[in-house]
Design a binder for this molecule. Sequence first.
Ligand code: GLU
Length: 674
Amino acid sequence: MTGMTHSDFYSCRPWLAASALSLLALWGCGGSSSISSPAGSSSTLQPCLQRSASGTVVVGSSLPGDPAIPEPQSGYRLGLQPVSAESFMAVTANPLATQAGCAVLASGGSAVDAAVAVQAVLGLVEPQSSGLGGGAFMLTYNATTQAVQSYDGRETAPAAATEDYLRYVSATDRTNPLPNLGQSFLSTKASGRSIGTPGAVRMLELAHQDHGRKPWAELFQPGIKLASDGFPISGRMASAISGARNDLLRDPEAAAYFLNPDYTPKALGTAIRNPAYATTLGTIAQGGANAFYTGAIAQSIVDKIKSTSGGVTSTVAITPGLTELSDLANYRAVRRTPVCATYRTTWICGMGPPSSGGIAVAQTLGILENFDMAAVAPQVVNVEGGKPSVQGVHLVSEAERLAYADRNKYVADTDFVSLPGSGVAAMIDKNYLRSRAALISTTRSLGAAPAGTFASAAVLGSSSAEGRGTTHMSIVDKYGNVVVMTTTIESAMGSFHFTRGFLLNNQLTDFSFEPSDAAGPIANRIAPLKRPRSSMAPTLVFNRAADGTRGEFLMATGSPGGAAIIQFVVKTLVSAIDWKLNAQQATSMVNFGSANGPTTGVGGEHPSIDISNNGLNDPLLNGLRSLGHTVSFAAQSSGVSTIIRTPSANGSPAVLAGGADPRREGLALGDALP
Ligand code: GLU
């Protein structure tokens, strides 16, 4: 076979085409300090190698078995097994990013250190999903203090934004922003109006100040090297480029990077370098986040947001955004109180507003706690997770309907709009959730569930706006600290505006376009400096100690997927906690759920779902239909990254198991079990 052996690894043979990677020095060959075992050592497995039954291989080596060798984008990778590790692990949506994070962990870095390195690489190898021009939410667990902290790096609306900013060109020109792409969402997304002040870099710096062990500058080196030397375009990146080709053509800088000289999309496997990105990373490495939020990079961002036309093959008008240098200079990442609630034998902590993720996950689980979920476990369990039962899907979907109803009505940036009642505590109160659970029938779907009522709540309309184009990482370091971070430029390729090697987000389209509806003002309407409501749900799970307090760390997970993130995370948590599936099975498990309304989604990309004959041959889909669900079996593109920790018991050490979503190109890597 094919796999690289340990001694191959340490011989560090040249193995790459000149155009491909030269990451040997960084990742363990040619004098790295990060992987330090001597050549020839064979008594223990080395960290951060891709292992298979037949050998091990360096990720990024281009040798057979290397998961970073580009493959056409597939809807689902069959047969993934959980990856085990003894003390540290990184799971991200791209093998090269996982490798960078794992190398940081192997050389003694903290989970936050690894997250910085991962983000720097993801912005290069998965630019369609996240990057310097976007925003992020992070939860950290500090194993020494047992503290859980959440960090808000969400984009902000510019100070000059009005309530019509997303829907009208101006107070006098009440037409949609340009370019005219036929639908207002698409036009706004591709205009300067969708671009929020980026938050990811400031947030990473804040988290690094709190939890970093390695120098900030060092963490950018893998990204800088990869951007300078080049990397092969992956399946998902190639498909994102090809899907966005016409939009990228509006920005000459984007076209020059993502397209060939004849304006065809750069294809799968093409070696691509991004020297502008390497320079940007170098500037941030040396100058910290200030070098991004002020000075030449900030000026380039503002200039790009203010562009009024674009086009390589023909010129079109683009509505500029109103972002100023002061918006960037004044941007602050915020430490927020995480949303933590019990669920059966566990404590679950998530991200509070401006994300709706933590509250919606906690509400869904709090409702499900009133049902015996173990009794509706999948009847068939296999390496792909298995096939959930009709009642399992029904109950989870109904609980989600109720949670989304509250989310759509009440949750927004709480610096601007208060939550109802006493706030988070009222929304996740067990008695309140019991009353919501009482609305669920086991024989009939609610269809569209109503929002709950609270002692004091403003009269509000509802909004469900959301897009796609995000990525999630879960990381455990050897000190026991944990990071979960979901990071985004909103939808694929963001706003298509590109400068200094990175894309700018379209996150402001997560606001409601309309400031009100018939019921009243919408909580998630846009306002100056407000943060758009998110669904991102980076999640940490802990044991519930005998005295009821939060105990040992058990699980880290999260996903991209727009509003469906909440469903992807709930499915993974129920699979692991109630149905006892391992990290890979819980991650692979069929995606299912509802964002409220009559439709229940069951991911038709999963091998357990029979979509032949319009789904009429599948007993699960038919069972749901008989309960009144309108079933969609459209493919669902989650990107769950999960780590489950089995605590030490009877003298055996704790073990980490990682699962990467088979619907994307992710990878789990860690240190080896002895
Ligand atoms: N912008 C979305 C949010 O913040 C995420 C989009 C996605 O997951 O693709 O909730």
